[in-house]
Design a protein around this ligand. Structure first.
Ligand code: FUC
Length: 820
C-alpha cells in the first residue's frame, strides 16, 4: 500500500499519468470477455484478452449475420386484426386488444454472429511472467500486452486498420530467437481450417441460415444451417498470415513460428454479404477474393507504414474534440489500473479524468464500430462472442440504435452517422412493404427490431409480448436522424435528395396510421409506451392502448421537422400545409394529477413506477417539444416524471437520464447520473461484474447488464448536452455545468448550423469561447452571463434564462467570445 502511494504521488505525476484519460490499463490478463479490450475499424472487430501462454483474440466482422433477405407478407392476417384491435381499444377492452395485437406480428429478426477466435499459444514451460502490463491506448487506437519471462521482454501490439482493412499484430522479443508460438483459429459457427501457403492459413464456413433469439425456446432447431431448398447463410473467410524473422510453417492446425524475434501477423476477413436485398449464397460477394485482396496489399507494407496510415486515419476523427477538466491536486484514483480505478470511483473517489476518459472512450468506440460505407453499430457495436446473443445483438429501434448515434453529430463525428442514414434508406424499402402488407398503409413502417436485412415487421411470431413487439414508431423516430444530420451539416443536397423523401415517407405512414378519437383528435391505436404497463381506471393491467405520449411526441417531432425541412427547401408546400393541419389535431401532451407528464392517454398508474424506459419524455430529449426555455410547465412536469421514476435503471436508461437532466438545465442531477453510469457494474465492490448490476464493466463497456454499447454512446451524448445544446435554434453554452466540473475546457464540439465550438470555463463560469462558422449561418447564443464578441458591436440581452446574443457570421470565420 505504502509503495503504491509513493508510486502514485511521486513517480506518476512526472510521467504525466495523473491525468490519464486516454489509456485503459491492467496488471493482469482478462479472465472474462468484459475484461478484454475492443479494437476495430468499423468492419473488423477484435477483443484482446492479453493472456500470456494462451492468448485469445476474439474476432468479429460487422456484416456477419445469420439469415438472408426478408421474406415479405409473412402475416396476411394482420390487416383484418388491425381493425379488430382498434375496435377493442375504442371499446376500452385492453386485454382483448393485446391478444389481437399479437395477431399482427411476423417473424423475428436475425442475429449478429461471432466470426471466430484466434488462439496464440506460447509455451513458456510454466515460467512466471513478471512486469505484466496490458493497455488500450484510445488516443492512438492500439492495444499492447507486455511481460517479461526469464529476462526476455515480450511485446504484442494490435490495431485494426481502416485504410488497409486488416488486423495487424506485432510480436517482438528483445532476445534474438526467443519468439516461439503457434497460431490457430476456431469458430462457434460451422468452420473448416485449411492451408493456403507456407505462411498463410484460412478458416471458412457459412453463417446459420436463421438464429432464433435466445429468449425463443419453442423451435426444435433454433439454429438451422440450411433449409429444404438447400439455401445457406452467408459465407465467410478469415485469412491469417505470418511474416517476419524465424522459421514460419503451416498445417491445418495453424501457423508455427520458431526462433523469431519480430513477427507480424495479418488477419483479413470478409463475408459474402452483398446488401440487404441479395441472397448471400447465390447472389453474394466473392469473399475469398475480397479478403485476399486486402491481405495481399497489406502484407507488402511494413509495420511502420501500416501504423502511420492507421494513425493518420484515426487521428483525423479522434483529435477533433478534446475535453479537459481540472483535476483535484491529489487525484490518486487516476493512477490506478482501470478496473481498480472504476471501483475507487464507485466508492466515491473524485476522478474527473475518468469521466473525460469515458467521454473519449465513447468517441473511440464510435470511430471503431461505425464507418462510412459500412453497416450501423448494433446493440454491441461490432463486438459479440455469442451465437445466440442477448436480444440477437440486433438493431433495436425503441431507443437503442438511436442512442448509438446521439453523439455522432455533436461530438464532431458526422461521417460515423452515415451507416445509420444509409440503413434508414434500406428500411424505407422493406418498411414500405410492411406498411402496405400488414396495415394497407402508405409510406414505410419500422417496428422495434431490425437486422442487417432491414427487417421492419412487428416481430414476435404471434406469440411476442405486444409491449415491445407491436411498437410501430420506428420510421418517424429514425427520421429524426436524417433531419439532425442536415441541421448539423447544413447539407441541402442531402436534405433534398435523401432526407426529405424518406422523412415524407415516414410522415405518410403516420398519416395512414393515425385515426380520430371521439373528440376528433388524431391518435395512434394500437399504441405502446415501451415496455411499460399501465393500470387503467377499472384496475385492469395492460400495455396496448391509444395515443401514448411517446407515440404522439415522436409524430409531433417528425411533423415539425417536415415543416421546417419544406420551408428550407422552399417546395412541397401542399404537403407541408397538410402536415401543419394534422399536427394541430394531434392528441396533445397532458399533465397528470401528480404533476407529472402523463405517459398514457388517460391519467393511469404504472404497474412499475420505476420502469427503466421513460419514453414519454421523448419531447424533452431527443425531441424539442419540451424545454424549460420554451415550455416551462411541461418541463416541470417532465422533471416530476423523472423524480417519480427515480434514477436507477439499466445502462442505457442511466445514459438517457443524463440527457434528460441536461435538457432540464440541471447539471448536478445530470452529473450524479454520470457517476451512476460509471459505477463498476455489480455493486460498489465491483468484484462480481459479470451479469449483474448496471454501470460499467472493467473494460469500460456499458453494462445493461449484460453488455450493450448504447450506454457508452448515450453517456457521451449526455456529457456533451451538459456543455452545449443547440436543439432550439440557438446555441446554449454551458447549459448544465455541474459543480463538480468547476473548471475545464472542451474543444471541437459541433452545434446545429455547422458551428465548431470551443469553450473555456473557470470557477463555474464561462470565460471564453471560440465559434467557427462553417456555412455562414446566423449565430444565436444563450449564455448565463453577458458576452462580448471580438471585433463586433453586439450586446447581450437578458432573457427568461440567461442572456441572448445574436450576430451574422461569415463562412469560415472564427468568432472570439469573452464573458463580461
Ligand atoms: C429494449 C429494452 C431492453 C434492452 C433491449 C435490447 O427492448 O427495453 O432493456 O435494451 O431493448
Amino acid at each position: 500500500m505504502k509503495n503504491r502511494l509513493i508510486f502514485a504521488l511521486v513517480i506518476l505525476p512526472y510521467i504525466g499519468f495523473c491525468q490519464n484519460d486516454t489509456k485503459l490499463w491492467y496488471k493482469q490478463p482478462a479472465k472474462v470477455w468484459t475484461e478484454a479490450l475492443p479494437v476495430g475499424n468499423g468492419r473488423l472487430g477484435a477483443m484482446v484478452f492479453g493472456r500470456v501462454s494462451n492468448e485469445l483474440i476474439q474476432l468479429n466482422e460487422s456484416t456477419f449475420w445469420s439469415g438472408g433477405p426478408v421474406k415479405h407478407n409473412v402475416n396476411p392476417n394482420a390487416y383484418v386484426n388491425l381493425g379488430l384491435t382498434r375496435e377493442a381499444l375504442f371499446a376500452e377492452n385492453y386485454s382483448k386488444a393485446a391478444a389481437l395485437a399479437r395477431k399482427l406480428q411476423g417473424v423475428y429478426s436475425e442475429s449478429f454472429e461471432p466470426l471466430g477466435d484466434l488462439m496464440i499459444t506460447q509455451d513458456f514451460k510454466n515460467a512466471n511472467p513478471s512486469a505484466y502490463y496490458r493497455d488500450l491506448n484510445i488516443a492512438d487506437a492500439i492495444s499492447t500486452t507486455r511481460f517479461t519471462i526469464d529476462g526476455t521482454e515480450f511485446i504484442r501490439q494490435i490495431f485494426v486498420s481502416a485504410p488497409d482493412q486488416v488486423i495487424v499484430m506485432r510480436f517482438t522479443a528483445n532476445k534474438p530467437g526467443a519468439l516461439n508460438f503457434k497460431v490457430g483459429t476456431k469458430s462457434l459457427i460451422q468452420y473448416k481450417n485449411s492451408v493456403v501457403s507456407s505462411n498463410e492459413v484460412a478458416m471458412s464456413g457459412n453463417a446459420p441460415l436463421h438464429a432464433d433469439p435466445n429468449y425463443v425456446k419453442y423451435n426444435k432447431d433454433p439454429l438451422p444451417y440450411t433449409d429444404s431448398m438447400g439455401h445457406h447463410g452467408m459465407r465467410y473467410i478469415l485469412l491469417t498470415k505470418a511474416i517476419g524473422d524465424g522459421k514460419i510453417s503451416t498445417d491445418t492446425s495453424g501457423i508455427s513460428v520458431k526462433d523469431g524475434s519480430d513477427v507480424l501477423l495479418f488477419l483479413s476477413a470478409a463475408t459474402s454479404y452483398n446488401g440487404f436485398d441479395k441472397l448471400p449464397d447465390t447472389d453474394g460477394k466473392d469473399e475469398v477474393k475480397l479478403a485476399a485482396a486486402y491481405l495481399n496489399a497489406a502484407v507488402k507494407k511494413d509495420w511502420k507504414t501500416l501504423f502511420a496510415a492507421h494513425q493518420a486515419d484515426y487521428h483525423q476523427y479522434f483529435n477533433r474534440v478534446s475535453f479537459h477538466l481540472d483535476v483535484p491536486a491529489a487525484n490518486t484514483n487516476a493512477v490506478l489500473p482501470t478496473n481498480e480505478r472504476l471501483i475507487g470511483y464507485t466508492r466515491g473517489a473524485k476522478d474527473p479524468a475518468l469521466e473525460t476518459m469515458y467521454y473519449n472512450y465513447g468517441r473511440y468506440l464510435l470511430i471503431s464500430s461505425s464507418r462510412p460505407g459500412g453497416v450501423p453499430a448494433n446493440l454491441q457495436g461490432i463486438w459479440n462472442n455469442i451465437v445466440r446473443p442477448p436480444w440477437s445483438s440486433n438493431y433495436t429501434t425503441n431507443i437503442n440504435v438511436q442512442m448509438n448515434y446521439w453523439p455522432a453529430e455533436m461530438a464532431n463525428l458526422s461521417e460515423m452517422h452515415e451507416p445509420l442514414l444509409a440503413f434508414i434508406k434500406n428500411l424505407s424499402v422493406t418498411g414500405a412493404v410492411t406498411a402496405k402488407e400488414f396495415y394497407h398503409a402508405n409510406g414505410w413502417a419500422v417496428h422495434h427490431n431490425s437486422d442487417i436485412w432491414a427487417l421492419s415487421n412487428p416481430v414476435g411470431d404471434t406469440k411476442g409480448d405486444p409491449k415491445w413487439a407491436n411498437w410501430s414508431m420506428g420510421s418517424p423516430w429514425l427520421s429524426q436522424h436524417l433531419w439532425t444530420h442536415y441541421e448539423y451539416t447544413g447539407d441541402k443536397k442531402f436534405l433534398k435528395e435523401t432526407a426529405y423523401p424518406l422523412m415524407k415517407g415516414a410522415a405518410q405512414f403516420c398519416l395512414s396510421w393515425l385515426v380520430e378519437d371521439k373528440n376528433g383528435q388524431l391518435v395512434t391505436a394500437p399504441a405502446l409506451s415501451p415496455e411499460n404497463d399501465f393500470i387503467d381506471d377499472k384496475g385492469q393491467k395492460g400495455s396496448v392502448s391509444i395515443a401514448t405520449t411517446m407515440d404522439m411526441s415522436i409524430i409531433w417531432d417528425l411533423f415539425t421537422n417536415i415543416i421546417d425541412a419544406a420551408n428550407v427547401l422552399g417546395n412541397d408546400n401542399a404537403f407541408r400545409d397538410l402536415i401543419i393541419a394534422k399536427r394541430a389535431k394531434l392528441f396533445p401532451l397532458h399533465i397528470g394529477k401528480k404533476g407529472n407528464l402523463q405517459e398514457w392517454y388517460k391519467d393511469w398508474e404504472d404497474v412499475d413506477p420505476h420502469h427503466r424506459h421513460v419514453s414519454h419524455l421523448f419531447g424533452l430529449h431527443p425531441g424539442r417539444e419540451i424545454s424549460p426555455i420554451t415550455t416551462p410547465d411541461f418541463a416541470n412536469a417532465a422533471k416530476k416524471t423523472l423524480e417519480l421514476r427515480g434514477d436507477a435503471g439499466t445502462g442505457w436508461s442511466l445514459a438517457w437520464k443524463i440527457n434528460f437532466w441536461a435538457r432540464l438545465l440541471d447539471g448536478n442531477h445530470a452529473y450524479s447520473l454520470v457517476r451512476d453510469l460509471l459505477h463498476a457494474a455489480g455493486g460498489s465492490a465491483g468484484e462480481n461484474y459479470v451479469g449483474s448490476g448496471s454501470g460499467t464493466y472493467p473494460n469500460m463497456f456499458d453494462a445493461h447488464p449484460p453488455f450493450q454499447i448504447d450506454g457508452n454512446f448515450g453517456g457521451v451524448s449526455g456529457m456533451s448536452e451538459m456543455l452545449l445544446q443547440s436543439h432550439l435554434g440557438e446555441i446554449d453554452l454551458l447549459p448544465a455545468l455541474p459543480d463538480e466540473w468547476a473548471t475545464g475546457s472542451i474543444k471541437g464540439l459541433k452545434a446545429r448550423g455547422n458551428f465548431d465550438i470551443s469553450i473555456n470555463w473557470k470557477d463555474h463560469k464561462l470565460v471564453t469561447a471560440n465559434i467557427t462558422s462553417q456555412i455562414g449561418e446566423v449565430c444565436k447564443l444563450r449564455t448565463l452571463v453577458p458576452i462580448s464578441v471580438k471585433g463586433l458591436a453586439v450586446t447581450s440581452k437578458k432573457s427568461n434564462i440567461g442572456y441572448l446574443t445574436s450576430f451574422n457570421t461569415v463562412k469560415g470565420k472564427t468568432y472570439e467570445l469573452t464573458a463580461k
